[in-house]
Design a protein around this ligand. Structure first.
Ligand code: AP5
Length: 208
């Protein structure tokens, strides 16, 4: 099963992609997580991506496409994957479609209103490994510490309110046109219920 998870920032793509990937036994591939790992490691790519991401803009296609195509060619992705955050525009989708490993079965579109997006993002906390929490909805067992690895939870630099508004307008301008690009492969799922409900709805939709 080769899936893309699509939706605005804060829709729950990362939260759901981890759960659905575990249920289906395929890797969760997040270009946002890969870029943040490059920044943390201080690589040349990380240095190029850092300022762009802090402004809420898209990292240049060529940089992101290169790491994504490498990743989906890995052995663990041979039987499927979930892409989270890629493609982000029609050019990236065309490049993916032209790649031998880039066939896509379904595109899960998480639908959610913008007021809820801002509420979710302003309460989000993450550990350096990318485990995701929300201060009200999914708090860690011990305040500010990741349940899985004990690392300190922090707010992402691009979760400041003005940056979130910019990320939303980039989503509308660049990423939303993918809904037309993928046409009948899109399955819409209401992103506003509980995480368990949403996971169930996604699994029903992609297995149908
Ligand atoms: P990326 O990391 O992909 O961020 P995003 O798409 O903006 O999405 P988010 O991670 O903000 O949200 P999400 O939908 O995953 O929500 P989450 O599950 O965390 O990209 C970041 C940046 O990297 C981009 O701006 C760009 O610069 C760059 N980039 C990445 N890919 C690129 C590409 N292909 N091309 C160019 N540039 C690229 O949930 C959010 C919060 O809500 C959490 O706190 C969570 O706990 C909570 N929550 C989740 N589900 C629920 C629920 N059902 N009920 C209540 N709370 C919930």
């Amino acid at each position: 099963m080769r899936l893309i998870f699509l939706g605005p920032p804060g829709a729950g793509k990362g939260t759901q992609a981890k759960r659905v990937a575990a249920a289906l036994g395929v890797p969760h591939i997040s270009t946002g997580d890969m870029l943040r790992a490059q920044i943390a490691a201080g690589t040349a790519l990380g240095r190029q991506a850092d300022g762009v991401m802090k402004r809420g803009e898209l990292v240049p296609d060529d940089l992101v496409v290169a790491i994504l195509l490498d990743r989906i060619a890995a052995d663990d992705a041979a039987n499927g994957f979930i892409l989270d955050g890629f493609p982000r525009n029609v050019r990236q989708a065309q490049i993916l479609q032209a790649d031998p490993d880039g066939r896509i079965d379904r595109v899960v579109l998480l639908v959610i209103d913008e007021e809820e997006v801002v509420r979710r993002i302003s309460g989000r906390r993450c550990c350096p490994e990318g485990h995701i929490y929300h201060i009200d909805d999914q708090p860690p067992l011990k305040a500010n510490l990741c349940d899985e690895d004990g690392e300190l939870l922090v707010q992402r630099p691009d979760d400041a309110e003005d940056v979130v508004l910019n990320r939303l307008s980039v989503y509308h301008a660049s990423t939303e046109p993918l809904i037309g690009f993928y046409g009948e492969r899109i399955v819409e799922v209401d992103g506003s219920g509980s995480p368990d409900q949403i996971t169930r709805h996604i699994l029903e939709a992609v297995r149908a």
